[in-house]
Ligand binder design. Sequence first.
Ligand code: DGL
Length: 277
Amino acid sequence: MAKSIKNKLNTSPIGIFDSGIGGLTVANAIHKILPNEQLIYFGDTAHFPYGEKSADSIKYYALRISDFLIKQNCKMIVIACNTASSVAYQIVKQQVGDKAMVVSVIEPVVSRVAALYQHGKIGVIATKGTIKSDVYAKRLKELNQSLQVASLATPLLAPMIEEGFFNNKISKTVINSYLERPKLKKIDALILACTHYPLIRPEIEDYYKQKVKIIDSAEIVAESVFNLLADKGLLNTAKTVKSKFYVSDFTESFANSTKIFYKGKIQLERFPLWENE
Ligand code: DGL
């Protein structure tokens, strides 16, 4: 039986998961403001991309991964994937119960945006799964009815980034062809609603030439992780053991891209979570 949150120690790890290595942008931001915390990262590379999967499949993966992280005695689970957060946040929270805190990448961002903008047009770019769930538009409107939300699925971006295609001619063409869509005209801010997109932030900024505020979730989520742990008195003040980075399928290309997503030297380890299915 996993312990309840009341019995967790400050030194218990923070679990983080994503469909691949994009969630490392969130892990990196957490590590930057909480360098003492031990992170246990799980990238479900065997099932990447989640953006093209059914909601039922994503829920199943998210529940199994959360169960794995609970068995590692995590005090908190960060769903560092917008697609998984958009369809599986509630069900993961239900399953985890009082054993750990569960953080989605969506809630901290919509709260921040609703606080920043009283009115205006907010663009959202994300995977097909996240856009289909309509969660950003729904939550933003719940928090502030006068906001206009323009959501656009940009399914080529995550696989392109995961394969290391950014900051080159191909990525520029793909990014610009999405951003030029009429739907995104006259936006005041653009939410990068996929944890892979911080890697193409410079190219997006280049396109908008500072006329549009770009909002990426990594730092906002990391601040929320800090506040939640501080509230519960669960911040780790002592230097802990090394973080762990697991993937369900290991390829050299993932290992190479890791260096770009996470600013410290990390070793990806394969963990056979889906074997004997
Ligand atoms: N990192 C995932 C997200 O934030 C997207 C990649 C995928 O399609 O799996 O939505």
